[in-house]
Write a protein that binds this ligand. Structure first.
Ligand code: FAD
Length: 405
């Protein structure tokens, strides 16, 4: 029997092992991942790794030595097929079973697929795993006309890399603005203007309805009958949580993911879930949510391990996220739902600005673009729930000084 069995090989899984080391855990650990890699960072996949500026080795989060030091039985390229809650064991694809003391599901999610005629043609790519980017790299260099489907972070980051490589880029977004799910209209407009100025042809309210070509993609057809030539299509239209093991085991799940409590336990107290796969409560915003961010994967993994090691802990983290596009570094903190005022600070021309979301005179979220001081200070102002004013947030003195007046 293994004291702890981890299913998943992403950011959350890596942090689980790091936290076990920090807790000086000396029990047995098994880590099962269906990818043939040590747990690695996904954010660079649509940034430095796609550009060829980061090696595969640097994507890896923990060196092999940590797993050796912790005696982790690494089962890579190995899929967990079933959880038997009565026997407290996991069935693997090779037919073996691993009994567990505590089981942690860190299964993340997979890219939402676009199921339209022609979606099986070569030249169509999703962006979730190293293998996806490696497959894309083969055709990336000679691709001239790229169509990106989805105007969220991944689509926009890839558009920026593709324009950096001087490719023709058309970006289709089904909604009436970019980044609609996560930012205010004014931030969407800013990013729309940036990408347009860099030469991306952004087409809003456009839905891809078919892909044409022989075996290889040649064009994308949209709902209005338009045909866009393409030799490479990249699709970034969201994530589906990998909650099928939990579903089949009868754990509480919903359409978004696996339901967990403040200690990251599922409806079975011996089974935890962490990271992109969880549907959890955020006490600060008093809302249930699923987050797709490194911050959440790391913070939930810490909570789960501390709880397993006997500490009295609860998840209570501030959501934050980043996205790199061209020379702009976007850092977002908090959740903007329910805001009643937006204050803008900084300069659009210089590409250094911040958007502060206020609700009843207090900051609840901030989108900071190449503005580190504003990001750091916003974290504090949001956590402190102190009243803020437009005058103080727009005071031209350094932000650290003004916001603490
Ligand atoms: P994942 O990283 O998805 O890992 C889950 C792992 O479990 C995978 O290896 C999967 O194959 C494996 N698995 C699933 N089911 C099984 C099974 N049955 N058996 C065995 N193994 C299984 N976040 C940010 O904060 N900032 C960013 O800039 C950012 N950029 C991103 C860019 C890209 C291209 C992508 C894809 C994501 C980005 N994210 C970013 C999101 C961030 O990477 C995720 O939030 C994070 O990876 C979640 O970690 P996780 O461990 O929960 O899940």
């Amino acid at each position: 029997m293994a004291d702890i069995v981890i299913i998943g090989g992403g950011h959350a899984a890596a942090q689980l092992v790091t936290s076990l080391k920090q807790q000086k855990f000396d029990g047995s650990i098994v880590l099962i991942s269906d990818e043939n890699e040590l747990p690695y960072q996904r954010p660079p996949l649509s940034k430095a790794y796609l550009k060829g500026e980061m090696t595969r080795e640097r994507l890896v989060i923990n060196r092999q030595k940590l797993y050796e030091d912790m005696n982790v039985d690494l089962k890579l390229n190995c899929r967990a097929e079933k959880i038997d809650r009565e026997a407290k064991s996991v069935l693997l694809a090779d037919g073996s079973t691993i009994p567990y003391g505590s089981l942690i599901l860190a299964t993340g999610g997979h890219a939402r697929q676009l199921e339209v005629p022609g979606c099986d043609k070569t030249g169509l790519h999703y962006v979730r795993k190293i293998a996806d980017i490696d497959a894309m790299h083969a055709s990336w260099d000679k691709a001239e006309k790229i169509v990106i489907i989805g105007g969220g972070y991944i689509g926009l980051e890839i558009a920026a890399v593709a324009r950096g490589a001087e490719k023709s880029v058309t970006l289709l977004e089904a909604e009436d603005r970019l980044l609609k799910r996560v930012t205010a209209p004014t931030v969407s407009e800013f990013y729309h203007a940036v990408h347009s100025s860099k030469g991306v042809d952004i087409q809003l309210n456009k839905i891809a309805t078919a892909f044409e070509g022989d075996d290889c993609i040649r064009s994308v057809v949209t709902q209005d009958g338009a045909r866009l030539e393409a030799d490479l299509v990249i699709i970034g239209i969201g994530l589906i949580a990998n909650s099928e093991l939990a579903d089949a085991a009868g754990l509480e799940t919903n359409q978004a993911g696996i339901v967990v409590n403040a200690q990251c336990q599922t409806s079975d107290s011996d089974i935890y879930a962490v990271g992109d796969v969880t549907w959890h409560h955020n006490p600060f915003y008093d809302r249930h949510m699923r987050l797709e961010s490194v911050q959440n994967a790391v913070d939930q993994a810490k909570v789960a391990i501390q709880h397993i090691c006997g500490h009295d802990v609860s998840y209570n983290a501030q959501p934050w996220f980043w996205s790199d596009q061209y020379e702009l570094k976007l850092q977002m903190v908090g959740l903007n739902q329910g805001y009643d005022e937006i204050i803008e600070r900084g300069s659009r021309e210089e590409g250094k600005l911040a958007f502060f979301y206020l609700k009843e005179g207090r900051m609840i979220a901030a989108d900071c673009i190449s503005s580190m001081a504003e990001f750091m200070q916003s974290k504090k102002l949001i956590a402190a729930r102190v009243p803020v004013t437009a005058d103080s947030l727009q005071d031209p003195r350094p932000f650290k000084e003004v916001a603490t007046d």
